[in-house]
Design a protein around this ligand. Structure first.
Ligand SMILES: [Zn+2]
Length: 176
């Protein structure tokens, strides 16, 4: 499977599995963030999660997916998996992704490419106010963080991928 096929599969998981969950949580007043954990070899999702910070302020989408994943009776090792997040992780979620052992992170809404959702502003400010940095390092010793949007912009298969990206962007815009 080449990288374009991989990104297409990631966008389809966002469209078909993450967004329905994120849409129902956002309708209840939660942040519109969701995540999926996928097998790197087949690109099928093992677990999907969505923000549920109304229940607990720590239950961000990434944390929800990780919590659900570790409740599975059997789960593949994190090194064989891809972590897919609709939004760049906050400091808590970035540390959780690293602690859980995920090596490959893909992000749909990059902080440097898309204006962060208003419900996420506090999480973004924490990088600056607590740590004195602007965000995560995309290459670090725990994981590599990739941007779906950046990949689509430079892909030879741009047309098909862009149509999928436009579809999910359109549904995200409706959540605001
Ligand atoms: Zn978070």
């Amino acid at each position: 499977m080449n990288d374009a096929e991989k990104v297409k599969a990631l966008l389809e998981v966002i469209r078909d599995e993450i967004l329905p969950l994120a849409e129902s949580e956002a309708a209840r007043g939660n942040a519109p963030c969701g995540s999926a954990i996928l097998r790197a070899d087949t690109l099928t999702s093992v677990m999907v999660g969505a923000d549920n910070r109304l229940t607990n302020p720590l239950f961000h989408g990434d944390i929800d997916a990780i919590n659900r994943f570790y409740k599975l009776p059997v789960h593949p090792p994190a090194e064989e998996l891809i972590f897919l997040a609709t939004h760049d992780p906050c400091p808590m979620c970035a540390a959780a992704i690293a602690l859980a052992g995920f090596k490959e992170l893909w992000v749909l809404m990059s902080d440097d490419e898309v204006e962060p959702d208003p419900t996420l502003k506090a999480s973004r400010a924490m990088y600056r106010d607590i740590f004195g940095v602007e965000g995560i390092r995309h290459e670090n010793s725990f994981f590599t963080r990739h941007s779906i949007r950046k990949f689509v912009a430079t892909s030879p298969d741009r047309e098909e991928l862009q149509a999928l990206l436009d579809h999910v962007d359109h549904r995200y815009a409706a959540l605001k």
